[in-house]
Write a protein that binds this ligand. Structure first.
Ligand code: UDP
Length: 313
């Protein structure tokens, strides 16, 4: 939102606040508390606010939970998005930027991952995003829907000024949990699996800073002016980082090691996911500014240490 405003775009927010935070919406930005499945409300907001592009970030995103509660993910991530898409078409809105995920690739045959590789998600979360990609492709042909799908790798970090960051309940993500563990706010970090076919036996992921993700969204906007546009881009730094490397980086910032325990693999976790983001670089001129894990974690550290209770005052 900050990036959109800084670039001169008038913006409004629709959020059910099931996971979002009202305090994260900048002052003066119109806010509508609604679920995307509430199609009538969404349609009337789109019409009244004369929206011309939707950026759709809303979803449940816990891989493990998606394995145990698949219907929750299909309803919230797929069905609610179909309602949004119908509301958009009814309101005459033809442009959308969609937050997809590297989880749509499943266990890739080779890494780094390029967009043209087969997609075979291994968990319902990835499947739900993949299904939405399919709906967008279909509507591109039938309704001149123009879209950009960004397949995020591991979104991480916080705003540089330390004012906006992750505040999930429950928190399941590695970086906030590692910071919480070293600060004594939560139990020792459980390392999920040490027997993966990777250099240190832990999973490799590609952590990409949220501000870099935002910049890609802005860069895609002009592309959506063109009829027939349907774009798919990986967004990652291309650097694989092991779970233990993340813990080492957090430990260096804290000045003491992250308390940890070693446990079994988590269901639904592929061994290695990292991006080849050449396409986004070539097409959009997108270059991640945060290239190593430490500068990313530094921003998260600032947010978590300054906001021990997240967005709650
Ligand atoms: N992970 C871990 N312990 C945790 C949380 C995550 O070992 O308490 C690992 C997880 O198996 C994965 C990586 O850290 O390999 C990143 O997980 P996260 O949940 O942050 O993001 P995801 O990859 O699921 O999008």
């Amino acid at each position: 939102m900050r990036h959109l405003l800084a670039a001169g775009h008038r913006s409004v927010v629709i959020d059910s606040l099931v996971f979002g935070h009202r305090a994260a919406v900048p002052p003066g930005v119109p806010f509508y508390g609604a679920d995307l499945a509430d199609e009538a409300t969404v349609r009337s907001v789109l019409e009244q606010e004369r929206i011309d592009v939707v950026m759709h970030f809303a979803a449940f995103a816990y891989v493990g939970e998606s394995v145990t509660h698949p219907l929750k993910y299909y309803f919230n991530n797929v069905v609610a998005t179909l309602h949004l898409l119908r509301a958009m078409l009814d309101a005459g809105v033809r442009r959308i930027v969609f937050s997809s995920t590297c989880a749509t690739y499943g266990i890739p045959a080779t890494v780094p991952i390029v967009e043209s590789m087969p997609q075979a998600p291994i968990n319902p979360y990835g499947r739900s995003k993949y299904d939405v990609e399919g709906a967008l492709r279909a509507l591109q042909g039938t309704h001149d829907l123009r879209f950009a799908c960004f397949r995020y790798f591991n979104a991480a970090g916080a705003s540089e000024d330390g004012d906006l960051g992750e505040d999930h309940s429950p928190e399941t993500h590695l970086i906030p949990l590692a910071i919480g563990a070293v600060l004594g706010r939560n139990p020792p970090l459980q390392v999920f699996g040490t027997d993966y076919p990777t250099p240190d036996g832990t999973c490799l992921r590609d952590y990409v800073h949220v501000d870099d993700l935002c910049r890609a969204h802005l860069a895609a906007l002009p592309r959506l002016e063109r009829p027939g546009t349907g774009l798919f881009y990986n967004l990652g730094t291309g650097r694989p980082t092991a779970v233990l490397e993340v813990l080492d980086a957090v430990g260096r910032l804290a000045g003491r090691p992250v308390p940890r325990a070693f446990g079994p693999r988590r269901a639904g976790d592929p061994p290695a996911l990292y991006a080849d983001a050449t396409l986004a670089r070539q097409d959009l001129g997108w270059e991640p500014r945060y290239r190593g894990i430490e500068p990313i974690i530094e921003t998260a550290w600032r947010w978590h240490t300054r906001h021990p209770h997240g967005f709650a005052r």
